[in-house]
Design a protein around this ligand. Structure first.
Ligand code: FES
Length: 105
């Protein structure tokens, strides 16, 4: 294991995810929901903190993703739980776009 926890891994290309859509990728065994919001991409845990719902199958409304299971919403920019039934925020991951390729830390 390297000390450089700052490494980014390429997981997708910008053309793979149309604006307003979400796709799920595997990052070292963790499921990451990659969200395209306007001219930016955000990566969040693909697991709802309420009851483990698959967030990546939910709908992206602006910068919020809605859990398909019971409708909790999270801000994908911050991971913040925005409405019940979720009260715990979701982890977010740093994203870098380089020449049409998307890297997640
Ligand atoms: S599992 Fe996501 S709102 Fe219940």
């Amino acid at each position: 294991m390297t000390e450089h926890a700052t490494e980014y891994a390429k997981i997708a290309e910008t053309k793979d995810i149309p604006d307003g859509e979400v796709k799920v990728y595997d990052l070292n065994g963790a499921a990451i929901a990659l969200c395209h919001v306007g001219d930016k991409f955000y990566a969040v845990q693909d697991l709802c903190t309420h009851d483990g719902g698959p967030l990546g199958e939910g709908e992206l409304v602006g910068s919020q993703i809605e859990c398909p299971r019971h409708g909790a919403r999270f801000d994908v920019k911050t991971g913040k739980a925005m409405c019940l039934p979720a009260v715990i925020d979701i982890p977010t991951y740093e994203v870098e776009v380089r020449g049409g390729e998307i890297f997640v830390k």
